[in-house]
Design a protein around this ligand. Structure first.
Ligand code: GTQ
Length: 350
């Protein structure tokens, strides 16, 4: 307490009326992310919590009336601000047979990761349908018309990953409904993957957009790559075998703001403690295991199984261990952080 405390308090009060504040009274730039990151590591149980809760909404509201029938994953540390982690949104969406999630577009970019479905549901992006199967990774780039439909049987569930908090930080949120439920189709289903997914492209076509020209990355193909590469047994001690979904025209991330990955951790493998500034959302596809996260007394072990969704905040040390072979999908803000020049990782004590 200084001897002029009262004068200082009066000064701070006056400053507030002038729309300024004294930097020296704040901790605007704390020394470590643990002092700025409020999101906590957390797991949403699909079979026991998310699925039944969202299924219940199916009896209350149609996809059409809801526009998107989605349960937003709210990180317990972020006060219901519609964020799974500081920079990322995640939701679980359900579509029932015959339903229509009408066409719209927006400035945030979206990814879909298909969690459950027996075939027949599709998402149409920029005039092209992608039929969705569990494990598929699908992108909806910024400012592209998209609608979802379901011509098959049984409910469909997929995770939506969006960069909404990043766009909100900058400000330019744009959203528009299409005049009709369905935006017109311009190309046959599977066209983008045929055009760009075989390490070829139509000879006189160029692609200059920031996102991948491929809208859908089928699980079958990505899974097959993991199986082929495991023969090399070049395991990354911090990740097992982890592949990034890319834009084949640049080699960079499939989306300009969100990185997405598919990872194989073989039976009995334990990844070593790893720290990264990226915020990561995981969804296991095959196998069971545990996330060991945090330090000292705050360390937690969180068990995961297929279809769960769990979030690992920026710079918290974590490792993964598995019972048998495990395959995990994940997405993060890595590519955005790299563009801003702030991405870091820490392997071991380096
Ligand atoms: O499917 O277009 O979870 O626009 C949030 C915003 C899904 C979608 C979400 C969206 C969508």
């Amino acid at each position: 307490m200084s001897d002029n405390q009262a004068a200082r308090e009066a000064y701070y009060a006056k400053a507030a009326t002038l729309n300024v504040s004294a930097l020296w009274t704040t901790r605007l730039v704390p020394p470590l992310p643990k002092d700025s990151v409020r999101a906590v590591p957390f797991l949403w149980d699909f079979d026991n919590v998310l699925r039944p809760t969202l299924f219940e909404a199916g009896g209350l509201i149609t996809a059409h009336e809801a526009n998107r029938r989605v349960l937003t994953l709210e990180n317990p540390g972020l006060d219901g601000s519609h964020r799974i982690l500081e920079s990322l949104y995640a939701g679980l969406q359900m579509l029932l047979p015959g339903e229509c999630a009408p066409a719209h577009k927006h400035s945030p970019s979206a990814l879909r990761f298909i969690i459950e479905g027996q075939g027949g549901a599709w998402t149409a992006v920029s005039g092209e349908k992608s039929y969705m199967k569990p494990g598929d990774f699908v992108i909806t780039p910024s400012d592209t018309w998209h609608d979802h439909g379901h011509d098959g049987d049984g409910p469909y569930f997929w995770m939506d990953g969006l960069d909404i908090p990043m766009i909100a930080a900058f400000g330019p949120m744009f959203f528009e409904h299409y005049a009709e439920d369905r935006a017109p189709l311009k190309r046959p289903a599977g066209d983008s993957l045929a055009r760009y997914g075989a390490n070829m492209r139509p000879v006189n076509e160029t692609w200059s957009k920031p996102e991948s020209p491929i809208f859908s990355y089928p699980y079958e193909r990505s899974r097959e790559v993991l199986e082929q590469l495991r023969k090399n047994e070049e395991w990354d001690p911090y990740a097992g075998l982890k592949l990034a979904y890319i834009n084949p025209t640049t080699g960079g991330s499939a989306m300009p703001t969100i990185s997405a990955f598919l990872q194989l951790i073989p039976k009995g493998f334990k990844t070593e403690f790893y720290q990264t500034t990226e915020n990561t959302v995981f969804s296991p596809i095959e196998g069971t295991g545990r996330l060991i996260v945090g330090e000292g007394d705050a360390q937690k072990t969180i068990a995961w199984k297929p279809r769960d969704i769990f979030a690992v905040p920026c710079w918290i040390p974590y490792r993964l261990e598995t019972d048998g072979d495990a395959v995990l999908f994940s997405y993060s803000d890595r590519v955005a952080q790299e563009k801003l020049g702030i991405w870091r990782e820490r392997r071991g004590n380096s």
